[in-house]
Design a protein around this ligand. Structure first.
Ligand SMILES: Nc1ncnc2c1ncn2[C@@H]1O[C@H](COP(=O)(O)OP(=O)(O)OP(=O)(O)O)[C@@H](O)[C@H]1O
Length: 238
């Protein structure tokens, strides 16, 4: 009985849980195994870095964990939700409403034709919020202030430096108060000072707001900001 209770407790308090997740590419007999029976639990309210050499499976881990790719076998859960049980439409809604993303390239993170504040509130608007609603506008303003860019919201992303654009991407990742924020090499194109600002924002999202962050990085300095470091090697967790 005790084991059952423990299992239930672990499922409830985990923001992300992988059970024997494998991802294979190519045809049977000539397959590449990008992810090889990976199991892990990421507790809610933690900052986890995923590190490892090039080709070790870090991106595949993130893609499967965030519902951007479907594993060949195994189970991925965000909170209590089994992603494998969801239709494409439900998975899209889950990514929009319950997950935040910060990608590697600031050029890819933001929509150039939208203002900075429109970029921040975009996930809310995509979920049906009125972009002219004062509460939506106020939320955008608050988050921009939080990332040190108060008063800059009306301009376009191109008026910002790369580091500032990544801070806008963090603000956008926070806007829906997601259960997990996935960051894929969020500081790869930044100078050390800008990188530290972005990493500080991710750490504060965990420490101040109790959010859960999972960050893929090849940079040991970036990984040192995390509470837990998972090391990948040959598609497995070491
Ligand atoms: N779509 C695909 N088709 C075939 N092989 C793939 C595909 N995606 C990934 N792989 C292979 O799976 C392995 C893991 O790749 P992955 O991109 O997850 O590693 P990574 O650790 O993120 O690497 P990097 O640090 O260079 O981005 C590699 O051998 C890669 O070549």
């Amino acid at each position: 009985m005790e084991a059952t209770v423990d299992t239930i407790t672990a499922v409830r308090s985990s923001a992300l849980r992988l059970e024997s997740v494998s991802r294979r590419h190519g045809r049977r007999g000539r397959e590449t195994t990008a992810l090889d029976a990976v199991s892990c639990v990421v507790p809610a309210g933690s900052f986890t870095a995923v590190v490892g050499p090039s080709g070790s499976g870090k991106s595949t881990f993130l893609q499967c964990a965030a519902g951007l790719d479907r594993p060949s076998s195994g189970t991925v859960r965000i909170g209590d939700t089994d992603l494998g049980a969801l239709s494409e439409a439900a998975l899209t809604r889950l990514r929009r409403d319950r997950i935040g993303f910060v990608f590697q390239s600031h050029a890819l993170n933001l929509v150039p034709s939208l203002s900075i504040e429109e970029n921040v509130v975009l996930p809310l608007v995509l979920a049906g919020a009125d972009p002219a609603d004062e509460r939506v506008l106020a939320r955008g303003r608050d988050l921009l202030a939080r990332v040190g860019l108060a008063g800059r919201g009306a301009r376009g992303p191109a008026t910002l430096s790369g580091g500032q654009q990544q801070r806008v991407a963090v603000a956008r990742a926070l806007v829906t108060e997601p259960e997990v924020i996935f960051a894929d090499e969020p500081t790869a194109s930044l100078d050390p000072e800008s990188a530290a600002l972005v990493l500080g924002l991710l750490r504060d999202a965990v420490r101040v707001d109790g959010r859960t962050v999972v960050m893929v990085t090849h940079d040991p300095v970036a990984a040192s900001w995390a509470d837990t470091v998972l090391t990948m090697d040959g598609g497995r967790l070491r």
